[in-house]
Every structure is written in structure tokens, then in C-alpha cells.
Design a protein around this ligand. Structure first.
Ligand SMILES: Cc1cc2nc3c(=O)[nH]c(=O)nc-3n(C[C@H](O)[C@H](O)[C@H](O)COP(=O)(O)OP(=O)(O)OC[C@H]3O[C@@H](n4cnc5c(N)ncnc54)[C@H](O)[C@@H]3O)c2cc1C
Ligand code: FES
Length: 326
């Protein structure tokens, strides 16, 4: 029995706020079951050109504000473009209940946040929440291409003050973020949050770890996939059987492919979104055999204990593997 509500709920769009040329905030009317913590996200289900697609969007609002997600256009991206170009106030979107582990841990440590581009959405929610509900100090490094593409620029600057330091980094003026830019934000005693495009995250994570920030003080939210999943058992021959929506397929496993990729090879309609182990859209029940899960930033220990796996991160680790998407 899954611990989370994975059903989709209709949410009426109350308002669309254009933030920049490439980004908009969608204010949504949500049921009481959509309680959430700052930094969490929802999975949205949309139909684009007849194809059902699922994508995750973090709340840019705090729980004390009207419920809102902020979407930035991705070049040729199916869902971001559809949302930004078609959705208006009064429309209804479908989303599953909020979830996610990118949240403020308890305590009174200072908060350091490093965000870039659309990665500001969960970070902005956390920053506002920390400033409004705690005495903690916050330092934010916020990287963007230029000032015009900087989402929430005015609101962020308006909140800067004694407890909130903001450093804007604009690529057009200073080049891409490198270790020298990140180092001043390395604080081993702080709770650190990182969200942005892959190359930004790589530089930030490596620099923070190098500077002595413990890995367990760094919280990372990945918006998109980051390379192939390593196979732990390349020599192993596995037969993988997968059930999705009442359809079952079975095949020999090819080294290096995930359970999600096997489902696609079999032509099964397995759901997915981030493919980086962050969102749990691809979660399924392991009902036979063993898998190795490379990354898990989405399932709770209880869910793992119950046999749930992230199929985008899992490779077979036994001769027979059986997985059911529920
Ligand atoms: C937990 C989580 C929270 C997220 N929160 C937000 C949010 O608050 N706001 C937001 O705008 N997005 C957010 N995303 C990203 C979002 O889910 C989609 O991935 C994004 O909107 C692109 O989807 P698409 O259908 O437009 O592009 P797709 O059609 O999926 O992709 C088109 C191309 O763009 C590449 N691509 C995919 N995602 C990105 C990206 N983020 N940046 C650059 N290139 C990309 C793909 O590799 C592909 O080549 C979040 C993702 C996760 C996993
Ligand atoms: S698709 Fe997001 S965790 Fe697998």
C-alpha cells in the first residue's frame, strides 16, 4: 500500500502572472489535501498533441501564500511551452498531491541557497518561509543569463536586508558560475540548498564538498536527468517482467538499461518525469527479485521497505526481476 496519494486532482487556475518573457506563475485553487512544505513539488499531468505527459513543478509559494507554481520555458520542451502558451485563468490543470524531500530540516542553522534559472522556484519558497517563520539568517547565490531572465528579481531584492543577503550572478557580465563564485557560500554549519541546471549543480556540489561542507548538509533538487545509470551487475543475465496498467511484458535485460527503459522497450506506458530520482513519478513495486537503485531523492524509507522502487534509477541485481506499476 503506497503511503502517498498518487491520484490526479483537478486544480482551477486562479491567475497567471507573467514573471519574465520565459516564465510565468500559475496560481491554483487546491483542496485541503494539498498541504505542503516549502520546497516541495507536484506532478502535473497534461495532454499535448494527444499524448499524455507528466512533469513536476515546485511550489514557488510558501504554505502561507496562495498555492503557486512557476514554470520556465525549456527550448522545444513539450509541457513547459504548452503551459506557458495555452493555459489561462479559469482553465483546469491536473496534479498529484505535493511531495518531495527538498525541505527545511528542523534546527536553527543558517541557510545557504544556491539557485540558477528555474531552480529558484523551490529555493524562493524556502527562503521566504525561513525569513517569515524563523530567526535564521539566509544567504542566496542566484545565477541567471541576464537581469531580464531573472525570475522574482524585484521580489527577492525587496526582501534583502539584515537577515537576507543576495548575490546575483549574471552570466553575460561574469561568465558561468565557477568554484571561485561558489566558495564564499561554503558554510559547513549551514543547511545548504542547491537547484539549477546540471552544469551549475555539478560545479556547486563539487566546490561545496571540496570546501568541507558535509554531504548531509547539502540538499539538492534535480530538475532533469543526469547521465546513464551504472549497472552493478554487468555480467548478470536477467529476465525482467513488467506490468503496467494490466499489460505485462517480459524480456532479457541489456546491461546499463534501467527498469524504466526496459518498460519502454516492451512498449509499456510506464510513467516518468525527471528521470533523475527526484520525483517518484516512475515508482513501481518490486514483487520479485532484487534491483540496485542508484539514487533515491524521492521515496521515504517506509516506501523502500514496502518494496517501492524508482524505476528510472533501478537496474536488475538478480536473475529474475518482476515489477508492477500500480
Ligand atoms: C522535482 C522537480 C521539480 C521541478 N520544478 C520545476 C519548476 O518549479 N519550474 C520549472 O520550470 N521546471 C521545473 N522542473 C522541470 C520540469 O519538470 C520539466 O522538466 C521542464 O518544464 C521541461 O519539460 P518540457 O516538457 O517542457 O521539456 P521536455 O520535452 O521534457 O524536454 C525538452 C528538452 O529539454 C531538456 N530539458 C528538460 N528539462 C530541462 C530543464 N529543466 N532545463 C534545461 N533543459 C531541460 C530535455 O533533456 C530535452 O532535450 C522540475 C522538475 C523536477 C524533477
Ligand atoms: S522519473 Fe522522477 S524519480 Fe524516476
Amino acid at each position: 500500500m503506497a503511503l502517498r496519494d498518487r491520484g490526479f486532482h483537478p486544480l482551477r487556475v486562479a491567475q497567471v502572472v507573467r514573471e519574465t518573457d520565459e516564465a510565468a506563475t500559475f496560481v491554483l485553487e487546491v483542496p485541503a489535501t494539498f498541504a505542503y512544505e516549502a520546497g516541495q513539488f507536484c506532478t502535473f499531468r497534461v495532454v499535448v498533441d494527444g499524448q499524455e505527459l507528466q512533469r513536476c513543478y515546485s511550489m514557488s509559494s510558501t504554505p502561507a501564500e496562495p498555492f503557486a507554481v512557476t514554470v520556465k520555458r525549456v527550448s522545444d520542451g513539450a509541457v513547459s511551452n504548452w503551459l506557458l502558451d495555452h493555459v489561462e485563468a479559469g482553465d483546469v490543470l491536473e496534479a498529484s498531491a505535493p511531495t518531495g524531500l527538498f525541505r527545511l530540516p528542523p534546527g536553527d542553522a543558517d541557510v545557504v541557497a544556491l539557485g540558477a534559472g528555474s531552480g529558484i522556484t523551490p529555493i524562493w519558497a524556502i527562503v521566504k518561509h525561513v525569513l517569515a517563520t524563523t530567526d535564521r539568517r539566509v544567504r542566496l547565490l542566484y545565477a541567471n543569463r541576464d537581469r531580464e531572465s531573472t525570475i522574482f528579481a524585484k521580489a527577492i531584492d525587496a526582501l534583502a536586508g539584515d537577515r537576507f543577503e543576495v548575490v546575483h550572478h549574471l552570466d553575460v557580465e561574469e561568465g558561468f558560475v565557477d568554484a571561485d563564485v561558489v566558495k564564499p557560500f561554503a558554510d559547513p554549519a549551514a543547511d545548504t540548498f542547491v537547484c539549477g541546471p546540471g552544469p551549475f549543480m555539478d560545479v556547486v556540489e563539487a566546490t561545496l564538498l571540496d570546501a568541507g561542507v558535509p554531504a548531509d548538509r547539502i540538499r539538492i533538487e534535480r530538475f532533469s536527468a543526469f547521465g546513464p545509470v551504472a549497472t552493478v551487475a554487468d555480467e548478470l543475465t536477467s529476465t525482467v517482467t513488467i506490468e503496467v496498467a494490466g499489460k505485462t511484458g517480459s524480456t532479457e535485460h541489456h546491461a546499463g538499461t534501467t527498469i524504466l527503459q526496459v518498460a519502454r522497450q516492451l512498449g509499456l506506458p510506464a510513467p516518468s518525469s525527471c528521470e533523475s530520482g527526484s520525483c517518484a513519478t516512475c515508482m513501481a513495486k518490486l514483487v520479485g527479485g532484487e534491483v540496485h537503485m542508484r539514487t533515491n531523492n524521492a521515496l521515504t524509507p517506509e516506501e523502500v521497505e514496502e518494496g517501492w522502487i524508482l524505476t528510472c534509477q533501478s537496474v536488475p541485481n538478480s536473475a529474475e526481476v518482476r515489477v508492477v506499476y500500480e
